[in-house]
Design a binder for this molecule. Structure first.
Ligand SMILES: Nc1ncnc2c1ncn2[C@@H]1O[C@H](COP(=O)(O)OP(=O)(O)OP(=O)(O)O)[C@@H](O)[C@H]1O
Ligand SMILES: [Mg+2]
Length: 328
């Protein structure tokens, strides 16, 4: 479905997510978006709003950025004299979002008292200004997001169970990028071409080893990290194609292919040998694993591998000749 153009990614999980967004958007139900940092929770929240048919604005509030004393009056407003310094009545963000979508980002950080007020909004469609008496009617659609595990917050006594149940009627999860290699490739192409255009340069191609690297990279910062990498590459790449050595340092790690190459696994310390021999044995194993993984990442191209690792070709070949002597 392509009616949510902002949310890129043709993987099955993303296609399913777009479909669920399109289904829930026109309903009045609250939506809870969960996912790691940078996975696109805010993009998804805007998509819900864009497809909701609601005429009012999209108003976002970062619950984690507001101090405990300010959060209630920011959200719900206050009457004159509600607290020291409240010299006149002030409407809250909930009012600004009337007829539209109220996006409560980092909702896991919301203080318990404020959670109670929010529950009232969801259950009765009303709220009170801080210090006020009269009930105000709210006409908002609530979308909330968090990277936290709210169920865990509930069991720790930090999040109201009833609010959690109310919010999570429709819970949509944004999968981490490391679980969708096709999307990583597609997003990189998209952002790279966008960034090249912005920089006024011809679109950059990707060398095959770089393309493979992007598919396997764990992207701990998810799409945000990928987008930053694209901006870096558009600015810094010298040739017409991105080579492994063009990557920023933070991305120039070899990603192990097979489970037996997991860091620390497979390299055994021989305490049955004297220290110097054990050390030599351990280093040998390290060199062999490093060079094997390095070469695998470069399609067996020794020159490319040597360049990327800052090693001498001959050192690589020397280590390789040892691998070939090891009986399998
Ligand atoms: N599927 C996607 N298609 C296009 N752009 C995306 C997608 N997912 C994320 N992005 C982009 O990645 C960046 C991070 O996305 P967003 O701000 O929505 O993440 P988030 O989940 O809200 O992260 P955080 O928890 O850190 O606030 C933004 O620049 C956003 O435009
Ligand atoms: Mg966000």
């Amino acid at each position: 479905m392509s009616n949510v153009p902002a949310l890129i990614g043709d993987s099955e999980t993303m296609a399913r997510l777009r479909m669920r967004i399109a289904r829930v958007a026109p309903t009045p139900l609250p939506v809870l978006l969960v996912g790691e940092t940078g996975t696109g929770k805010e993009v998804a929240a805007r998509a819900v709003h864009n497809l909701s048919g609601r005429a009012g604005p999209f108003v976002a509030v970062d619950c984690g950025a507001l101090s405990q004393s300010l959060v209630e009056s920011e959200l719900f407003g206050h009457v004159r004299g509600a607290f020291t310094g409240a010299n006149h009545r002030r409407e809250g963000l909930i009012r600004a979002a009337a007829g539209g979508t109220f996006f409560l980002d980092e909702i896991g950080e919301l203080p318990m008292d404020t959670q109670t007020r929010l529950l009232r909004v969801l259950e009765q469609g009303t709220y009170r200004l801080v210090g006020g008496e009269g009930e105000q009617r709210s006409d908002i659609r609530v979308v909330a997001a968090t990277w936290r595990n709210l169920r865990e917050r509930v069991s720790e006594g930090l999040f109201r169970k009833d609010l959690y149940h109310r919010l999570s009627i429709v819970e949509l999860s944004l999968p981490p990028l490391r679980e969708r290699a096709d999307d990583a490739e597609q997003l990189m192409e998209h952002f790279l071409s966008e960034e090249c255009q912005r920089a006024g340069r011809r679109p950059l191609g990707l060398e095959p080893d770089v393309r493979r690297h992007f598919r396997r990279w764990p992207w701990p910062g998810n799409v945000r990290e990928l987008r930053n990498a694209a901006a870096y590459l558009a600015a810094m790449t010298l040739g017409g194609r991105v080579r492994f050595e063009d990557l920023p340092n933070s991305l120039r790690r070899i990603v192990p292919d097979a489970p037996e190459h997991e860091p620390g696994v497979g390299v055994q310390i021989r305490i049955d040998l004297p220290y110097m021999d054990a050390r030599r044995d351990w280093l040998d194993q390290f060199q062999i694993q490093y060079v094997s993984a390095l070469l695998a990442a470069h399609d067996g191209n020794v020159s490319a591998a040597a360049r990327a690792a800052g090693m001498d070709r001959r050192s690589i070949q020397r280590i390789l000749s040892r691998v070939r002597q090891i009986p399998s």
